[in-house]
Design a protein around this ligand. Sequence first.
Ligand code: NAD
Length: 278
Amino acid sequence: MAVVLNGKKIAAEITQEIKQEVAKLDRPPKLAVLLVGEDQASQRYVDYKRGACREVGIGFQVVRLPAGVNAIKVKEELCRLNQQVDVDGLILQLPLPVLAGEDSPTPILRFTRLISSHKDVDGLNQISTALLSSEIFLPATAQAVMRLIRETKVSLEGKKAVVVGRSQMVGKPVAQLLLLENATVTVCHSKTKDLAAETKQADILVAAAGVPGLISDRHVKEGAVVIDVGFNWIKNKITGDVCFQEVKDKASWITPVPGGVGPLTVAYLLKNVLQTAK
Ligand code: NAD
């Protein structure tokens, strides 16, 4: 039976430290979020971020654009916020809706590259990605995943790690950080032929597909460390990518949803904002 990793508890400790650091600054740092459209989950994430900022004394500004806007308007607003001197950290809330005049979702780097690297607290733009190995604004979720793995005290060196998901925000940076810790890393995605065959080899399995219940006990090796990044809303209830009840009997360590990666992601985002302000 797996030990359940308590992300909420670790996040509370980190948040406390941030609060003390913020209080020492000449002015409170400020995080700005650009939110496009009406996606319910995105609005909830923005509310979490607002609440978390308030808790530690970080200022918060949300700018909303309606779903029908075009890419030029999004870029203009992003550039305006980027130039705003009192904004330390800037986030474009994802996912973006399909914008006016486009047939499919616009690649996010077209927008996020407009955010200065010193304000890019989501660690999404190309410069930040290139600097991943120098640990400059690592994406908060990737930091959260690595912190939870560290909590297990399981050494990553030479271990087989499988990441399910290859997004710019989660899958890719997590895979890079696992590589930096000398794990042997496989990245799976929606076109992977036999997912279970890959995931069953994992000593460390990170699920970040955004598909509720994708990982069942048949996907998991006995004794694996299982980190569930998935955060999916089903009928007003949050669920992960991992079937927690089945997998907990097979894994050695597991994260719950909610209360695992999520609270730590918010804590590391605040840490990034504090770092920019400093
Ligand atoms: P995304 O949609 O950008 O990427 C999903 C990835 O999963 C893609 O690479 C896709 O190829 C892969 N995928 C989709 N279906 C698959 C399948 N059946 N088999 C294998 N791979 C599959 O999503 P994202 O932004 O990376 O987020 C992933 C999940 O993590 C979502 O549930 C999101 O809400 C959650 N998330 C949680 C936190 C947190 O703090 N807990 C932070 C960010 C994202």
